[in-house]
Design a protein. Structure first.
Ligand SMILES: Nc1ncnc2c1ncn2[C@@H]1O[C@H](COP(=O)(O)OP(=O)(O)OP(=O)(O)O)[C@@H](O)[C@H]1O
Length: 558
C-alpha cells in the first residue's frame, strides 16, 4: 500500500526534473538509465497494485464469509416465533445481499481509502516542499471536500437501509410466488404474480433512484471542487512563475500533486459515503446478531420417559397476543399412552404439539415432563427424546440415506441402521427399486416422491431416532389403498411402546387411540375413549362425528 503510494508520488517529481533539465541533458547519456528507471517504476507499480488488490479482496471475502456464517448460526438458533415474524425470502435476502454490501466497503473500498490516505499525506508533504505559498489554497479545497463527504454520508446510510429493506421485500414476494408456482399456474395467476413483483420492485427502484440522485449530486460537487482547485493552482502558479518564485516544471509537478491530493480527499469522502451505505445496509444484520437469544440458565439434562402433562396452560401466539390459542388446558398423558387430539380446524391441536416441542413457551400454567417443569429442563436433551412425523414430510436436498439419518445428528449412522429403519417403515423396497438405491437424491433437485413414499421416509427417520415421545401430525389427504396400508403398518410399528400424540384426521386412527382429547377454541372440552365419548350424544365429539369431520377408515386390505 505505502509502496504503491510512494511509487506514484515519485512520478510528478521525476517529470518535473525531466522538463526542467531536458535542454541541459544529453539525450544519449540519459536514455538508458531513464528507460531503466521507467521500467522499474512500472514493475514496482504493477506488483504493488496486484498485491494490494489480492490481499484486500481476500480479506474482504474472508470477513464476509465469516459474518455470513455467524449470521446463519444466529438465525437458525432463533426461536420459532422469529420465523413467524420474518418471511424466508426476507431472511435469505439478509444473508445474501445485505452481507454482500459490506464486501465492497471492506475490500477494495478499504484498500483504496488506505492508499488515498497515504497519497494524501505524501502529496501534501510534496506540495509543501515545492511551494508553501501555493499550498495555502489547499486549506480551502481539502476541508471542503471532506466536509461534503461527511454531510452526505448520513443520508446515504438512511437510503441504504431502505434499499435493503425493499430488496428483502421483493425477494419475499418472488420466493412466495415461486414456492406456490403450481397454484399460480392452476389459477392463471401469472399476471397477478408479475404485478405483485413489479410493485415490490418499483418501490425498490424509487428508493434506488433517490439515492442515485444524491450520489450524482455528490459527484458533481466533487468535480467542482477538483477543477476549482486546478484552476486556482494554475492562476496562482502563473503569478509565482512571473515573479520567478517557481519553475515551470515545479508548477507542473504541483498541479499533478494537487490533483492527487484533491482526488485522495475525494476518494476518502467517497469511502466515507460507501462506509455509511454499508452500515445502513447492514444495520439490520447487526440488529439480528445482537438479538441472539440469551443462553438459558443451567437446566437439568433429562431425557423424557414419555409421561407428561399440561397444567392449566394458557398460550397466545406472539403475533396475536389478544387471542388465546390455548385457554387453561390441563391433561396428563401416561408413558406409552396413545392420545388423539380431535377438534375442528383452528381448535388448537397443532399448538399443543408446538408447545410440547418447546417451540413456544406458555404465558400461563406449566408443561411438566415426568413431573418436572419444562422450564427447568434442557431443551436439547428433551427434544432428543421426541420425534415428529409431519403432515407433509419435509425432505432436504440430499440422498435418501441422508434424509433418514437426519434424525440422529449426534453420531454417524451406519447404512445398515438406516436400512433397518427403512425396512421397519416399509420403505426399503421402493428405495431399493431406484437405480441409486439409498444414494438416490431427493429434495428440490432430486427425484419426486409420492406422498406415501415421503411419509414412509419420515417414519423411517422417526424410527431411527427411537423416541420416547412421538408427535404424529396425520396427513389429511388419503393415499391409495396399498400405500395407505403400508403407511399404517409402518406407523403401528413406530407407535408401539411409545407415548404418541396424534393430531388426528382419520377415524381409523381415532378409533385405535387409548384416549381422545376433544378440543374447541383452545380448550379441552371432552376426554375419553371413542366408545365413552360416542355415548355422550350432547358432546362435541358426537357432533363432530355427525358432521363427518373425519376421513373414512382406510380399507383393511390392499
Ligand atoms: N404461528 C401462528 N401465529 C399466530 N396464530 C397462529 C399461529 N399458528 C396458529 N395460530 C392460530 O392459533 C389457533 C390454533 O391453531 P392450531 O394450528 O393449533 O389449530 P389446529 O387445531 O391444529 O387446526 P388444523 O386442524 O386446521 O391444523 C388458530 O386460531 C390459529 O389461527
Amino acid at each position: 500500500m505505502a509502496l504503491g503510494a510512494a511509487v506514484q508520488l515519485l512520478l510528478p517529481k521525476g517529470i518535473a526534473y525531466f522538463i526542467d533539465h531536458v535542454n541541459e541533458l544529453q539525450l544519449a547519456s540519459i536514455s538508458w538509465p531513464m528507460v531503466g528507471l521507467g521500467l522499474g517504476w512500472i514493475a514496482v507499480q504493477a506488483v504493488a497494485s496486484t498485491l494490494r488488490y489480492y490481499y484486500f479482496e481476500q480479506s474482504g471475502h474472508l470477513i464476509i464469509n465469516n459474518i455470513r456464517r455467524r449470521l446463519f448460526d444466529v438465525l437458525i438458533n432463533q426461536p420459532v416465533s422469529f420465523f413467524d415474524r420474518h418471511h424466508v425470502g426476507e431472511i435469505s435476502s439478509r444473508l445474501s445481499s445485505d452481507v454482500q454490501s459490506l464486501h465492497q466497503a471492506l475490500a477494495m473500498g478499504g484498500a483504496n481509502a488506505l492508499q488515498s490516505l497515504c497519497m494524501f499525506g505524501g502529496g501534501v508533504t510534496m506540495l509543501l516542499t515545492i511551494s508553501p505559498a501555493l499550498s495555502l489554497m489547499l486549506l480551502v479545497f481539502v476541508p471542503a471536500n471532506l466536509y461534503f463527504g461527511k454531510v452526505t454520508g448520513a443520508s446515504y446510510r438512511d437510503y441504504a437501509k431502505q434499499i435493503q429493506t425493499s430488496m428483502a421485500d421483493s425477494n419475499r414476494v418472488a420466493q412466495e410466488q415461486f414456492t406456490h408456482v403450481r397454484l399460480v399456474h392452476a389459477y392463471n395467476q401469472q399476471a397477478g404474480a408479475s404485478a405483485s413483483y413489479a410493485e415490490a420492485s418499483r418501490r425498490l427502484l424509487d428508493i434506488a433512484l433517490s439515492s442515485l440522485r444524491l450520489q450524482a449530486a455528490f459527484r458533481g460537487g466533487l468535480s467542482v471542487l477538483d477543477y476549482g482547485a486546478l484552476l486556482a493552482t494554475l492562476v496562482l502558479g502563473a503569478l509565482l512563475i512571473g515573479r520567478h518564485a517557481l519553475s515551470v516544471g515545479d508548477l507542473m509537478a504541483f498541479v499533478i500533486y494537487s490533483t492527487m491530493v484533491t482526488q485522495a480527499a475525494a476518494s476518502l469522502s467517497e469511502f466515507w459515503n460507501m462506509w455509511m451505505r454499508s452500515m445502513g445496509a447492514t444495520d439490520r444484520i447487526f440488529e439480528i446478531m445482537r438479538s441472539h437469544p440469551a443462553a438459558p440458565a443451567a437446566r437439568r439434562a433429562a431425557m423424557p420417559s414419555g409421561q407428561f402433562s399440561f397444567d392449566d396452560v394458557v398460550f397466545s401466539y406472539p403475533e396475536r397476543p389478544g387471542v388465546r390459542a390455548l385457554d387453561r388446558v390441563g391433561f396428563t398423558i401416561a408413558a406409552g399412552e396413545k392420545v388423539a387430539l380431535v377438534g375442528a380446524s383452528g381448535a388448537g391441536k397443532s399448538t399443543i404439539a408446538a408447545l410440547v416441542l418447546g417451540h413456544y413457551q406458555p404465558q400461563g400454567g406449566r408443561l411438566l415432563f415426568d413431573g418436572v417443569a419444562a422450564s427447568e429442563l434442557e431443551l436439547r436433551t428433551l427434544r432428543r427424546g421426541i420425534a415428529v412425523v409431519e403432515q407433509e414430510p419435509s425432505l432436504f436436498a440430499g440422498s435418501i440415506a441422508h434424509n433418514i439419518a437426519y434424525a440422529v445428528p449426534e453420531r454417524e449412522v451406519p447404512l445398515a441402521e438406516v436400512m433397518e429403519a427403512a425396512r421397519q417403515a416399509n420403505a426399503h423396497d421402493f428405495i431399493q427399486a431406484f437405480p441409486q438405491g439409498y444414494d438416490t437424491m431427493v429434495g428440490e433437485h432430486g427425484v419426486q416422491l409420492s406422498g406415501g413414499q415421503k411419509q414412509r421416509i419420515a417414519i423411517a427417520r422417526a424410527l431411527l431416532r427411537d423416541p420416547r415421545l412421538l408427535i404424529l401430525d396425520e396427513a389429511t389427504s388419503a393415499l391409495d389403498a396399498s400405500n395407505e396400508l403400508l403407511v399404517q403398518r409402518a406407523l403401528d410399528r413406530l407407535m408401539a411402546g411409545r407415548t404418541t400424540i396424534i393430531i388426528a384426521h382419520r377415524f381409523s386412527t381415532i378409533a385405535k387411540a387409548d384416549r381422545l382429547l376433544v378440543m374447541d377454541s383452545g380448550r379441552v372440552v371432552q376426554q375419553g375413549s371413542h366408545d365413552e365419548l360416542a355415548r355422550q350424544p350432547e358432546g362435541l365429539y358426537c357432533k363432530l362425528m355427525k358432521d363427518q369431520l373425519f376421513a373414512p377408515a382406510a380399507p383393511a386390505t390392499a
